[in-house]
Design a protein around this ligand. Structure first.
Ligand code: UDP
Length: 219
C-alpha cells in the first residue's frame, strides 16, 4: 500500500470505539487494555479488524504522518437506520406512530456525538502536528440509557408511539452480545485540539426529526 500525503495534513484512520470490546474500565482511555469476546460472536470480528487496521497504520507512524480516531456513537441528520443505528430508527418509528423498539430492558447506555462536531474534530486532528502518531477517542461523553433515549424520541415526535421491549435473539439471532456502557475519556482529544463534541442529545434529536420530516424518508 502506498500513501501520498500533501499539504502537511496527517492521514486519518477512522477506527471505532468497538476496539475497546467490553471495556475493562470506564471511561475508556486510549492506552488501556482491550477485552474482546469469543470469535463465535460475530460482533467481535469488527473490533478485531479495526484493531488490526490500527496496528498496520501505527507501524508506519515513523515514516508518514498518521492519526487514529476511535469514533464513538455518532448521530445526526441523514444517518441511515439500516445497520442498527438506534437514533434514526427510533425517530422514524416515532414519526410514524409505530412502536419504538427498545432491545432488552433498555438499561444499556450510550454516549451520542453530533456528527457535525465529530467531523470538525476529525479535521482538527488531521491538521494538528501535536496529534501525529497518536490514537484519540472522538465522541461525546454524556451518557443516556436506551430507554431514556426512547422516551425522549417519543416526546419529540408527538408522543403517539408506545415503547416496546424486544429481545435480542429475535433481532440478532443467537450469539449476540451487546455492550452495557461505552464512555469515552476525552482528555487527550481536548488537550490536542482544544475542543470536543458537546451538543445535547435532545437538540440532536430535534435536528434529526426536522430532517426526517422534510425528507419524508420511508421508515
Ligand atoms: N437498539 C435498540 N433498538 C433499536 C436499535 C438499537 O434498543 O431499534 C440498541 C442497541 O441494542 C444498542 C444501542 O441501541 O444497545 C445502540 O445501538 P446502535 O446500533 O445504534 O449502536 P452500537 O452502540 O450498538 O454500535
Amino acid at each position: 500500500m502506498r500513501i501520498l500525503v500533501t499539504g502537511g495534513a496527517s492521514v486519518l484512520l477512522a477506527s471505532s470505539s468497538e476496539v475497546y470490546g467490553k471495556g475493562v474500565r470506564q471511561p475508556l482511555a486510549e492506552d488501556q487494555d482491550l477485552l474482546l469476546g469469543p470469535t463465535v460472536k460475530q460482533r467481535w470480528s469488527y473490533a478485531c479488524s479495526k484493531a488490526a487496521a490500527e496496528h498496520l497504520t501505527l507501524a508506519r507512524a515513523e515514516r508518514i504522518a498518521i492519526v487514529v480516531a476511535r469514533l464513538f456513537n455518532t448521530v445526526g441528520p441523514r444517518q441511515i437506520g439500516r445497520h442498527g443505528m438506534v437514533v434514526p430508527r427510533f425517530v422514524r418509528q416515532g414519526l410514524a406512530g409505530r412502536p419504538i423498539t427498545v432491545y432488552a430492558k433498555g438499561e444499556q447506555r450510550r454516549c451520542f456525538g453530533d456528527v457535525r462536531e465529530v467531523v470538525d474534530c476529525l479535521v482538527a486532528l488531521a491538521g494538528a502536528p501535536a496529534a501525529r502518531g497518536g490514537v484519540f477517542n472522538v465522541g461525546n461523553d454524556r451518557e443516556i440509557t436506551i430507554r431514556e433515549l426512547a422516551e425522549l424520541v417519543r416526546e419529540r415526535t408527538g408522543g403517539r408511539s408506545e415503547i416496546v421491549s424486544v429481545d435480542y435473539q429475535s433481532v440478532y439471532g443467537e450469539h449476540f452480545e451487546d455492550l452495557d456502557r461505552r464512555v469515552p475519556d476525552l482528555t487527550r482529544l481536548e488537550r490536542a485540539i482544544g475542543r470536543r463534541p458537546r451538543a445535547d442529545i435532545a437538540s440532536i434529536i430535534d435536528d434529526v426529526v426536522a430532517y426526517e420530516r422534510a425528507a419524508g424518508v420511508p421508515a
